[in-house]
Design a protein around this ligand. Structure first.
Ligand SMILES: [Zn+2]
Ligand SMILES: [Zn+2]
Length: 362
């Protein structure tokens, strides 16, 4: 049965945003609305912004009067596959798409908002691009995005709002109005990276030194560089950190992540710190950076995990570095009662804090 009140998809609106708005507009909870459309499919335990699978589309098209082509366009799959360069499996983390870290209906994070965009909307709604992991600022307002409630620090989970809440610009736990949030400036270099990455996503190829590489190769190189920055920040006295610091790339500071979580799971502050470092390296030039690595005697093993293959575009430069820093690997025997290092303790504390953000299942 079609809904009494039609709810069009707004420009650049994400699928979860539209589903929540559609529910509130019909005067019901998001969970009740989706339960009525798909009685046997629990959509809020998955990342519904990615896509609505074609086999699930019919009841939604019938109820909303919106075509399946429009829903497909609002999903993230097409953009994410351009970025990844291959077809993405439903069960995996998608590169450069913020992960929700869902457990049942609770989440750890993964949704960002611009408070000023929401304040200007006549019907507040979430934009697709706020889900990209390289987005840290609003391109219209020049402010930093927010990825948690400023008051209670809960992740932004509009699907947990209820019918009485009426609009989605609020915290589902403490009902803080996000439109009143105090905005800060994004880190300028992280924001420049965002502008650059957005431009790359619009085209097919991206400039790389004197040549051009495919869009997917560009994002894979950027991921590789994020990994390099994380490795350098873990070993601030290593030749790699020394080389990067000599180039003025800020790899040693307290905003760098210590948790070891995938980039797509990191909070905005840590992603901003990493992207700042990557942007600075890219603006110096990857060639120049590798010349410095050679001068500081950085080994390939310092840059990446040898079990993973590095981006093709970087192979010629990687081949200039030397391999095998310590000779053949010997197994280190570690006593069971060895005290954990301070770093290991801080990393597990950061992971625990993230888990604690999600409430017990309701
Ligand atoms: Zn904005
Ligand atoms: Zn809150």
């Amino acid at each position: 049965m079609p809904w009494a009140l039609s709810v069009p998809l707004l420009p650049e609106e994400s699928l979860s945003s539209w589903l929540v708005r559609a529910a509130l507009r019909q005067g019901c909870d998001p969970l009740s609305l989706t339960g009525a459309i798909w009685p046997t499919w629990r959509i809020w335990t998955r990342d519904i912004d990615r896509e609505i699978p074609l086999v699930r589309m019919r009841p939604l098209v019938n109820a909303s009067g919106i075509s399946s082509a429009e829903f497909q366009k609002a999903g993230m799959r097409d953009d994410c596959e351009k970025v990844a360069g291959y077809s993405l499996l439903e069960t995996r983390t998608w590169p450069w798409l913020l992960a929700l870290g869902s457990r049942n209906r609770t989440r750890h994070g993964g949704q960002q908002i611009c408070a000023l965009c929401l304040a200007e909307d006549s019907a507040p709604y979430l934009r697709r691009h706020w889900r990209f992991a390289w987005h840290t600022g609003c391109r219209f307002h020049g402010v930093q995005l927010i990825d948690e409630c400023p008051v209670c620090k809960a992740p932004i989970e509009p699907h947990r709002l209820s019918a009485e809440d009426q609009h989605l610009a609020q915290c589902s736990r403490c009902h803080e109005n996000f439109r009143k949030a105090v905005c800060t400036s994004p880190l300028p270099e992280a924001f420049s990276f965002q502008v650059l990455a957005d431009r790359v996503l619009q085209g097919d190829r991206a400039a790389f030194g004197n040549t051009s590489i495919t869009l997917a190769d560009w994002f894979s190189m950027a991921s590789f560089l994020v990994g390099v920055m994380r490795r350098a920040s873990r070993r601030p006295t290593s030749p790699l950190a020394g080389a990067l610091l000599s180039l003025g790339i800020p790899v040693v500071n307290n905003r760098m992540p210590i948790s070891g979580l995938a980039f797509e799971l990191l909070p905005i502050s840590e992603r901003s710190a990493l992207l700042t470092a990557v942007e600075r390296l890219m603006s110096i030039g990857v060639e120049e950076a590798f010349r410095t690595f050679v001068a500081f005697n950085v080994k390939t093993s310092a840059l990446f995990d040898p079990r993973k293959s590095p981006p093709v575009a970087l192979l010629p430069m990687l081949s200039r570095l030397s391999h095998h820093p310590h000779g053949p690997h010997r197994r280190r025997v570690q006593p069971d009662h060895r005290p954990a290092s301070e770093r290991a303790v801080r990393a597990s504390w950061a992971r625990l804090k993230r888990r604690m953000k999600a409430e017990p299942t309701s």
